[in-house]
Design a protein around this ligand. Sequence first.
Ligand SMILES: Cc1ncc(C[n+]2csc(CCOP(=O)(O)OP(=O)(O)O)c2C)c(N)n1
Length: 561
Amino acid sequence: MPTNVATVLADGLEAHGVDQMFCVPGESYIGLSSALLERNTIKIIVCRHEGGATFMAAADGRLRDRAGVAMVSRGPGLANSMVAIHSAYHDATPLVMIIGQVERNDFGRLALQEQNYSVLLSDITKSVIEVNQPDVASEALARAFHLAESGTPGPVAIILPEDIFDQETDNLCVAPNTKVISGPRSKDIDTLVNMITEAKRPLVLVGGALLAEAVSDPGVFNDINKLSEVWGMPICPTHRRPQLFDSLHPHYGGYMGIRVPSTLINEMKKSDLLIALGERLTDTVSQSYTFPTAPTPQLPLVHVWPDENEVGRVWQPALGIPASPHEVIKELLKRQPLCLPTDRNEWIKGLNSIHMNLLSKKWDHTSDGVNFAAIVCEVDKCLADDATVTSDAGNFGSFIHRYIGFKQSQVFLSSVVGAMGSGVPMAVAAGLRRPNTQVVCFIGDGGILMMGNEIATAVQYGVNPIIIISDNSMYGTIGMHSYVRYPERAFMGATQLTNPDFVTWAKSFGAEGIKITSEDEVKEKIAEAFNIKTRPVVVHCLTSALQMSAWRRYNNGETLP
Ligand SMILES: Cc1ncc(C[n+]2csc(CCOP(=O)(O)OP(=O)(O)O)c2C)c(N)n1
């Protein structure tokens, strides 16, 4: 019996395990959204901005290792989403975007909000699938999920004209593809074993592809631990993946984020073998392509990433393994090292002592507002073992990576490209996917007014994140860049902000608002925030602008250790 396109799409979404979707409604896809609401099997989260909806869907994709799904309208709706699609593309995050389009008869006439999505999205999606025939709708949806989740995961857009949803089709729901996992060749593992056995100072970077695998198989964490212990190697989580290795593990070799402090990076550079497991080594991780040097690394590089198009694209690895990083670890754990160089322990201890020194909660008082270090250190004390921390983009984030000792049981979500606006939506998504657990979002006074309106979504769906705003009355990161590059024009570069009272602002949404104006209040006010569990809490912290980051203070030169 024929059915209609809306029905096969709804069946397809259910078949792919979709249980919630994020949207801002639009007339262009109302045929689908109304069909979904009628059957009521998939929760539709109605957001305040398509960027917010898409950041939430992307975060959901990260939290499930299944594509998150956002539905947005054509033209302006999709345009609002693009920051989050761009972010998901760089972050290798599985995401399916369902996008409305004008009616088929109007194609090319510049009908209201018409855009050519294949052109517009070509550089920030893995694929744009335009569905113009009812009979291919379900197959197209299955392809979108497959592409979004396989190889290097990423966003896939599926474009649906407004008039297609009620059209009849005989082609019923296409079942999801079985997930394929690429394994390493045994020859490559033999080579890797030899390289590790001979190296005196190996360094292992663990990155996002491993984190994605850990969502469906938490054994990944234990296997990373065993890898480091059995094979005697230090482990370094990469930019925005701090939870991949317990920060107190004695084999922790240091966090390989943006601008690694010189004491640590200088030691890391003594390595004689770099093994990048599930990490693409972008400019952030590779310290602007200096460690390793691009395209020819200054030391032997083993690059493991589950996509043969990526291994060798930028780097010339001594050994490239286009396979699941977890499968590579499991293969290594099946072998026993015969004899490892004896000075390995010294190498690990040296790196670890630098890391522990950096992690120590040392900071100086500031005269022009609270040092954000004081707040982050206090939050660290209150974080539960299963807490989620999200971070927007900005220099306040440097305090998180310096002072929070992440554990493998915790979750950290952020945009790897540093897209402002991501922090609050990601916190809402975490609250929905991980109910009854702590969710803490760190954000600046710049970022909060970009997508902070999604606090309304949190209130609407009963999600209660704690949102900690570092208010230094400026786009501080850019102020710092201005100071570093043009000291005579310090704090210029169009960075000053006049802000609202975020306590009043928070309360207007139905959230709680708490203000911190001095260091003396930090302990008590942070405890108060963690005790409120029945509504979102905004902690408005009046922070120092002179303390530009966790590493740098104005007029005091660099405080880099
Ligand atoms: C969407 C977006 N716009 C602009 C930027 C450039 N940018 C990076 S950090 C930053 C300032 C962030 O200011 P704030 O949120 O107040 O945090 P702070 O740096 O002061 O800690 C800006 C404008 C960006 N990363 N993302």
